[in-house]
Each structure stands twice: as C-alpha cells, then as structure tokens.
Design a protein around this ligand. Structure first.
Ligand code: RIB
Ligand code: CA
Length: 306
C-alpha cells in the first residue's frame, strides 16, 4: 500500500479524498491548511473525518494564511464551516500538534507521497525550511491548477490562486509532481443516482457521503444550474493508488504571479514536443471515470450491486 500524507482543507471533496485514501493507502498523517474555510474549521473537519473512520491517523494543523496577502475561502461552495450540510459527528479527539511543516519534514521518507488537495502553503514552508524536502519524498500529487479553464477566475483554480507564491515554490522544488487540474477533475462528476446508491447503503460512511453529495448538488444547482459537482480531490488520491485509471503526460508547468488577469494560472507548456520546455510535472489529462467511481463508491460502502 502507498504511504501517504494528506495535506488538505476539508472541504467536502477533501473529506471524500480522506475516506478513499484510508481505504487504499497507509495514511501516515493529515496536515490541515486554510483554504475552503479558515484553518480552525479545516482542522476540525479533518479530525471529524478520522472520528467517522475510527482511525488513529494524526491530524496536525498548519498555515492559517498564504505566504503573501490575506486568506481567501470558498464559503459559497463549502459553507462557512467548510462542511456545510453535513451532520457534525461528536468526538473527543484533538490534534497531534500545530506545526504541519515540522510534521512534513520529520516524516519525509523515500516512500512517502504527499497528496496535496488544498492551497500549497504548508508544502512551500517545508521547502523554505529544507530545500531538499521535495527530493527526500517519493513525490507530490496535487489537486490544483488547470490546463484549460479556471474556477476562481477565467484561468486560475482555487488551490493555486489561494496561495500562488506557494504553488510556484512547489512546482520549482524539483519534487516528482503529479498535477490533477480542473481539466481532469471536471471529467469526474457526482450525480443524484450516485447519491441514491449511498442512501441505499445506509452505513455511517455512505450516509456521510450522501450528505456531502446532496449539499454540493444543492450548491451547484444554485451556482451553475446543474445537480452535479466535480469530485476534485479524490482524483489526486487515485493518481497514486490507482494510476492505471488516469492518463498523464510530462509537461513544464509554471505559476503566474504578476498577471492582472492571469495571477494564479498554471501555465502549462502544451506546444509540440520538440518545442516544449523541460517537464517538471506529470499533468493528468484523462480519467476512466466509470471505473474510478466504482473504486470511490466501494470505499464509501456503496459498491454497485451485481
Ligand atoms: O478547485 C477545487 C479545489 O479547491 C478542491 O481542492 C476543493 O476542495 C477546493 O479546495
Ligand atoms: Ca480541497
């Protein structure tokens, strides 16, 4: 089983990614970062997911703001708590600390993959503290960026836009990076029939996920007129646990920091191969969504009835 550290900002899709990761990997730890909601909320949500799963995975909180400027959040999608519409699970758990950077550095080993599904602030601070960090781990699987459309702006995706300086540091770190951007995750959409399968299962995990899907569908119906939501963060887990379900190509990726219209854009070199710059990431372009959904639904106790 892959050994993972999940750096996240739960966040509805982060929560599904955490459940999926615990089903198919050895999750060494969870580090929380400000993103979808403020740090206190994302940390509390990560702890709550470990209570749902009844696992002893340590949760360590990290950066409360980006390297530059003030934090941005995504309450319109995830609610003020970061997990709107989901029943809170009572528990007595507490975090294993508040220094996510130290946790990332102390647990850097050649077989560890960091799955980063929120703004990349914690990772950039780890690189600042130890520039060799990116090469002391097996790699980084990022949900972030895009080879085409953005979601916060026309061209910038939330995790990158929320801390563009941090993202630039990570892409320049020399780490073995897989990038699962919106161009990929938009191919991996929830649906009401999937929610119905979760409700029919009725286990605690399935019911938790059904509430997540229902809430996202209600929000997307309001925001974009469609009862479907890209299940972004699990894609970055599948890239490591089920790489055969994704198609990725080596590409040079840089993060725009200064453009008035393009700040936070992942600028991907998609020219013909002979003209391209040296690749620094494996960029995912395709996913076998049908098979990927079966993997995710099984992890949520809602395997398709044969
Ligand atoms: O743009 C999608 C990303 O931003 C996902 O990680 C989601 O959880 C939010 O953090
Ligand atoms: Ca996220």
């Amino acid at each position: 089983m892959p050994r993972l550290i999940i750096d996240c900002d739960p966040g509805h899709d982060d929560a599904i990614a955490l459940i999926l990761a615990h089903r198919h990997a050895d999750v060494v730890g969870i580090t929380a970062v400000s993103g979808n909601a403020p740090l206190a909320a994302t940390t509390a949500n990560a702890l709550m997911v470990t209570a749902l799963l009844d696992v002893d995975t340590p949760v360590v909180s990290g950066a409360a703001k980006p390297l530059v400027g003030e934090p941005i959040h995504a309450a319109a999608v995830h609610g003020e708590t970061g997990l709107g519409g989901v029943d809170r699970i009572a528990h007595e758990r507490s975090t294993a600390g508040d220094d996510a950077v130290a946790f990332l550095l102390d647990n850097a080993e050649p077989d560890i993959v960091v799955v980063a599904v929120g703004p990349l602030t914690n990772l950039a601070l780890a690189i600042d503290r130890d520039p060799s960090w990116g090469k002391r781990i097996a790699g980084i699987s990022i949900m972030g960026g895009s080879t085409d459309v953005g979601n916060v702006t026309r061209v910038a995706e939330f995790n990158i836009f929320a801390d563009a300086e941090a993202a630039a540091r990570v892409f320049e770190s020399g780490a073995e990076i897989t990038m699962c951007g919106l161009n990929l995750t938009h191919q991996f959409q929830t649906s009401d029939p999937l929610t119905e399968r979760l409700r029919q299962s009725g286990t605690a995990k399935a019911t938790f996920a059904a509430q997540i899907f229902d809430y996202l569908h209600d929000r997307m119906e309001t925001l974009i007129g469609r009862r479907a939501s890209a299940m972004h963060d699990p894609c970055a887990v599948l890239a490591i646990t089920h790489p055969h379900l994704l198609r990725a190509e080596p590409r040079a990726v840089a993060v725009e920091l200064r453009g008035a219209l393009t700040r936070g854009m992942t600028v991907v070199d998609q020219r013909v191969s002979r003209r391209r710059d040296q690749a620094n990431a494996n960029v995912a372009y395709g996913i076998d969504a049908e098979r990927a959904w079966e993997v995710v639904m099984e992890s949520l106790d809602a395997r398709e009835s044969t």
